[in-house]
Design a protein around this ligand. Sequence first.
Ligand SMILES: *[C@@H]1O[C@H](CO)[C@@H](O)[C@H](O)[C@H]1NC(C)=O
Ligand SMILES: *[C@@H]1O[C@H](CO)[C@@H](O)[C@H](O)[C@H]1NC(C)=O
Ligand SMILES: *[C@@H]1O[C@H](CO)[C@@H](O)[C@H](O)[C@H]1NC(C)=O
Ligand SMILES: *[C@@H]1O[C@H](CO)[C@@H](O)[C@H](O)[C@H]1NC(C)=O
Length: 191
Amino acid sequence: MHNFIGALTAVLPLAAAAPYGLGPRDSTPGCTAISFGDFAWTIENFAYYASYTFSTPAHQISGGDVTFNLTNPAFPEKVSCTAYSTWLSDFFYGNINYNCSVPEGSGTKTSFSFSWPSRQLNINQTWSCDDEDPQYPITFGGYGTVNLTLDCKETNYQNPNWQPGQIYSSRVINCAPVTLPLTPHDKTAVA
Ligand SMILES: *[C@@H]1O[C@H](CO)[C@@H](O)[C@H](O)[C@H]1NC(C)=O
Ligand SMILES: *[C@@H]1O[C@H](CO)[C@@H](O)[C@H](O)[C@H]1NC(C)=O
Ligand SMILES: *[C@@H]1O[C@H](CO)[C@@H](O)[C@H](O)[C@H]1NC(C)=O
Ligand SMILES: *[C@@H]1O[C@H](CO)[C@@H](O)[C@H](O)[C@H]1NC(C)=O
């Protein structure tokens, strides 16, 4: 919290500088106060699904996918985050920042990274509030991280009588969706 205020004070003298070109049109009443306050996102229905399919003993078709929605109490839009990877064998290693999608013209940007081995999810989001001074919108950045607890089921199948054209074996990992709040470990504000 202390760092956050410090960062704001340090940056305010540059108030006339262009605020990243993010449109503040999504601002809700109270946007600024909410953003400065005890702020938490909601991660909705985080789900992980992976399948490893061998069409022959030597030919693998495998991929993993992650989906969730993110809501921010400062603005009404729901952000949709999805990623698909075929990078064997865990698919997600926390080293790629995937962009989430928002309705066209939205003034927010959201990205995430995920690691299956550690279940670690990182969220970055920027958004603007113009409810206090429409001429000088404040752009916020939030950074959050959480190690998810996931309830996953694994199903294995091995074709006992495999013939070409059939599936030789498959392994599926399916995790029940989880919904949880996430408080950023860091926030910035630039006016
Ligand atoms: C995200 O929200 C959209 C719109 O409300 C909904 O259609 C979709 O099913 C949600 N996705 C998840 C993973 O909850
Ligand atoms: C996400 O968007 C940024 C620009 O907004 C782009 O530079 C980056 O390559 C995108 N990342 C991915 C994984 O597509
Ligand atoms: C979030 O932003 C930080 C600092 O700019 C960057 O180091 C990190 O890779 C970003 N992570 C995601 C998930 O976009
Ligand atoms: C999350 O997992 C990472 C990697 O396993 C670990 O370094 C970190 O301490 C964990 N964080 C928390 C808050 O448990």
